[in-house]
Design a protein around this ligand. Structure first.
Ligand code: DAH
Length: 346
C-alpha cells in the first residue's frame, strides 16, 4: 500500500469513529508500536542513503498528517462528549423555584411564652409538674376530699385505682411548690402544662388542654395584688386598652374565689356575639389561697397569705387570634400556625 492509500484509508475509517475508545484504537492501529505507519520505518534499513532520505521525508510527512487527522478527530469527539454532558446537566432557570415551607411557632406556645416572659420579669419562677399526679395533690390537699361534689366538675382519668390520675388541673403544682418551699417565702411561680379531663372533643372541649397556673405566697398579700397582677397580664397580652374585672365565684382551694374577665377583644367592651353581649370574657379562675391549703403545705395562714390563678391557655389563644374551634390546636395542621403567624405580622 502506498502512502496515499494509507492516508485515504485512515480518512475513511475516521468517518465511522465516534467514541473516545474507538479513536484510541485507530491511533494504535496506525501510529502505535505495532501500527502500520510505525512498521514502515523498518523498511529504511533496506534502502541506500539517497533513497533513505527521500523515503524518510515522505514517511515523516505521512506520520505527521496521520497524527493531525487523528488528533483533530479526537478533539472533535471530546468536544461532542462535553457538549452532550453539559446539555444533560443543564438547569432550566426559568422553572418556578421549589417552595420552601417555613415553620411558625405554635400559637399556644407563644401565649405561654408571652406570660412567662412577663412574670419572670416580676420575679416568678417557671416550674414544671408531672402529668401523672397523685389524687392527694390534684384534689385532697387542695381542699377537695374524696366525695367532694366539686370533684365531679373535673371528670378525671384515673391511672391506677383511686390514687394516681392524669392531672385534671395544674393546681397540684401549687401544692408541690409549697411543699418544696418548706415554709419559706416568697413563693412566686407559674406552671404552664397539659391537663386532662374525660370530655368529648368538640369546638369548645378537649380531653387534653393546657392551663397556666400561678401562685404567690408572702406576707400581707391581698386580692388587690391579684387584681394588679391580672391587669398587667391582660394588658401585656391584649393591649393597654384592655379592661379587667373580677366576679365572685367558688373554688374549694381559694377563699374568696373569683372569675377574672377581660373586656372583649373584638367589640372593645361594646357587646358582640363573642362576648354574648356582656362586653367581657372570662379567662381565668383565681382567688386567695384557702387557709386549709396553706396549712396542708406547712404555711401558717395567720402569718402568710397568697393568691393563685389558673388560665386556660387555649382560651387565651382563641380570643387573641380569633379562633372559634379548639380542635385547631390539636390537629397538627401546619397551615393553621403559619396563617396565625402571618396575621400577627400584618
Ligand atoms: N384549677 C381550676 C380549674 O381547672 C382553675 C383555677 C381556679 C386555678 C382558681 C387556680 C385558682 O389556681 O385559684 O378549673
Amino acid at each position: 500500500m502506498d502512502f496515499e492509500d494509507i492516508l485515504s484509508k485512515l480518512k475513511e475509517t475516521l468517518k465511522n469513529v465516534d467514541t473516545e475508545h474507538q479513536i484510541n484504537e485507530v491511533k494504535a492501529e496506525y501510529l502505535g508500536k505495532k501500527g502500520c505507519i510505525t512498521a514502515l520505518y523498518s523498511k529504511m534499513k533496506d534502502l541506500n542513503n539517497d533513497e533513505k532520505k527521500e523515503f524518510g521525508l515522505k514517511l515523516n510527512n505521512l506520520k505527521s498528517q496521520a497524527t493531525q487527522f487523528i488528533d483533530l478527530k479526537k478533539e472533535e469527539i471530546l468536544n461532542e462528549n462535553l457538549n452532550r454532558k453539559l446539555k444533560n446537566e443543564s438547569i432550566d432557570i426559568s422553572l418556578p423555584a421549589t417552595e420552601i415551607k417555613l415553620g411558625a411557632p405554635s400559637i399556644l406556645e407563644k401565649i405561654v411564652e408571652d406570660i412567662e416572659e412577663l412574670l419572670m420579669s416580676m420575679g416568678y419562677d417557671v416550674v414544671d409538674g408531672p402529668e401523672v399526679e397523685k389524687d392527694e395533690y390534684n384534689f385532697e390537699m387542695l381542699n377537695l376530699p374524696k366525695g367532694h361534689p366539686a370533684r365531679d366538675a373535673q371528670d378525671t382519668f384515673y391511672v391506677e385505682g383511686e390514687e394516681l390520675l392524669l392531672r385534671s388541673q395544674t393546681s397540684p403544682v401549687q401544692i408541690r411548690s409549697m411543699l418544696a418551699g418548706e415554709g419559706k417565702v416568697p413563693i412566686r411561680m407559674i406552671c404552664p402544662g397539659k391537663t386532662y379531663r374525660r370530655d368529648d372533643d368538640d369546638a369548645t372541649h378537649s380531653h387534653q388542654f393546657m392551663q397556666i397556673e400561678g401562685l404567690l405566697v408572702d406576707k400581707n398579700i391581698s386580692l388587690s395584688d391579684l387584681k394588679g397582677t391580672f391587669d398587667m397580664i391582660a394588658k401585656h397580652l391584649f393591649g393597654e386598652d384592655c379592661q379587667t374585672r373580677f366576679r365572685p365565684s367558688y373554688y374549694p382551694f381559694t377563699e374568696p374565689s373569683v372569675e377574672m374577665d377581660i373586656s372583649c377583644h373584638h367589640c372593645k367592651g361594646k357587646g358582640c356575639s363573642i362576648c354574648k353581649n356582656t362586653g367581657f370574657i372570662t379567662v381565668s379562675g383565681a382567688g386567695m389561697v384557702h387557709p386549709n391549703v396553706l396549712k396542708n403545705c406547712g404555711y401558717d395562714p395567720k402569718e402568710w397569705s397568697g393568691f393563685a390563678f389558673g388560665f386556660g391557655a387555649e382560651r387565651l389563644a382563641m380570643i387573641k387570634y380569633g379562633i372559634d374551634d379548639l380542635r385547631v390546636f390539636y390537629t397538627n395542621d401546619l397551615r393553621e400556625s403559619s396563617e396565625f403567624d402571618r396575621k400577627e405580622a400584618n
